[in-house]
Design a protein around this ligand. Structure first.
Ligand code: ADP
Ligand code: MN
Ligand code: MN
Length: 383
């Protein structure tokens, strides 16, 4: 009979567990073999950081019921919210403000209902510490005429809320090591497609330019792509797509995990940002891309610092993976069609001599506003 052992905290036992895990991964091909060995369940990181971001940045949970409203941003009301309740301030008189910034159609309530993307301010109208939209919008305003476009590739895991293990994985042990999961099909390889398709449809209904979806490297790891979106819209579209995904997670009873490394030794999750400007898309844009890459090399560390909520530490965990992905963040690197480098120039872009670059460094739990702000600042504004 199988016995389920408790999940042990990562930090205490990490060195032993990593070793055992590595051994198991080498020795077992068939998951049944391992589950009969009756060892332990792998450790998990609690996605607490992301929770915080959602509470503040993605403050769309509150519903307001009105008979009529004008769908103009400037006519929408500025709403107060409780800054204390979401940890933004210790004050008791903690009213803070939500300023409407972008409107989407509500795919859940439908009809005339809308979802409104807001950013957050204190009573003095200063942006709150988690409001990265503010700076991003200011930077975009300085370089609008360059028409920066962004395309996000958001990776994530679906987790089972009971044990926080990826949906569909064996109760003990791991899935069979296989190259058949990525873009895979089949009830033994792919889990949650119903939810992913619902997300695709909901985003398109809402007005978010969903580019595509694909199952990623291991069962229950997925990817969707947003964009290309122009300037600040890219951040709004990205956050709104995450919001909708989380609501669907509730409806389907699974956890959406943007944790960069939810299972030790297994495929990590990224949020690559594809980036182009009018110049890179134009004739011989490849030379502009090369110049941009030189600047990005110079400011590599600065980018890594703003690419995740813990100033690079979350991304660091991603790079210590010995599993299916290699590091894209420790040292800066760039190349054509190179998927293990920091910046990749897609093969088609190299052939056409114009197009976009693929920044592969952002981890799945990045704030897209911070990522695109840094890209515009470094590549276009030389800041
Ligand atoms: P890959 O094969 O590299 O994984 P995907 O199809 O998953 O590519 O993702 C491609 C991404 O590139 C999409 O998010 C798309 O919006 C974005 N993209 C395409 N063209 C441009 C462009 N000119 N500028 C910026 N982003 C772009
Ligand atoms: Mn992709
Ligand atoms: Mn991927």
């Amino acid at each position: 009979t199988l016995k389920f052992l408790p999940i042990k905290p990562k930090d205490k036992f990490s060195h032993i567990m990593d070793k055992i895990e590595e051994k198991i991964r080498k020795e077992t091909y068939d998951t049944m073999t391992y589950s009969q060995q009756n060892k332990y369940l792998p450790p998990y990181y609690c996605p607490r950081n992301l929770e915080n971001i959602y509470k503040v940045e993605c403050r769309l949970r509150a519903t307001r019921n009105t008979d009529t409203f004008d769908e103009n941003l400037k006519d929408l009301p500025i709403l107060p919210f409780d800054g204390n309740a979401c940890g933004l301030t210790k004050r008791t008189n903690a009213d803070m403000l939500l300023i409407p910034r972008a409107i989407y159609k509500d795919p859940f309530k439908r009809g005339n209902s809308i979802l409104v993307m807001c950013d957050t301010y204190n009573y003095k109208m200063e942006p709150t510490r988690t409001n990265h939209r503010h700076k991003c919008a200011a930077t975009y305003n300085k370089c609008k005429e360059h028409e920066p476009w962004f395309g996000l590739e958001q990776e994530f895991y679906l987790l089972n809320p009971i044990d926080s293990r990826p949906v569909g994985w064996p109760k003990c042990g791991f899935p069979r090591n296989s190259r058949q999961y990525y873009c895979g099909i089949g009830g033994d390889k792919v889990f949650g497609r119903e939810l992913i398709d619902a997300h695709y449809r909901c985003c398109l209904y809402a007005g978010i330019p969903l580019w595509g979806i694909n199952p990623d490297l291991v069962p229950s790891q997925w990817e969707y792509q947003v964009g290309p979106s122009v300037g600040i819209d890219a951040g709004d579209d990205a956050w709104m797509s995450r919001y909708i995904l989380n609501i669907l997670g509730e409806k389907f009873g699974v956890i959406i995990s943007f944790e960069p490394k939810p299972v030790a030794q297994w495929s990590t999750s990224k949020a690559q940002m594809n980036f182009s400007t009018q110049a890179t898309r134009g004739v011989n844009g490849i030379s502009v891309i090369q110049k941009g890459i030189k600047k990005l090399a110079t400011f590599h560390e600065r980018h890594i610092k703003v690419y995740d909520p813990r100033r690079g530490l979350d991304n660091k965990r991603r790079s210590t993976s010995t599993g299916l992905t290699k590091s894209t963040i420790d040292d800066f690197s760039a190349g054509i069609a190179e998927r293990f480098y920091s910046i990749r120039i897609p093969r088609t872009v190299a052939e056409n001599k114009c197009g976009y670059m693929d920044d592969r460094r952002p981890p799945s739990n990045c704030d897209p506003y911070q990522v695109i702000e840094a890209l515009m600042g470094t590549v276009i504004l030389n800041e």
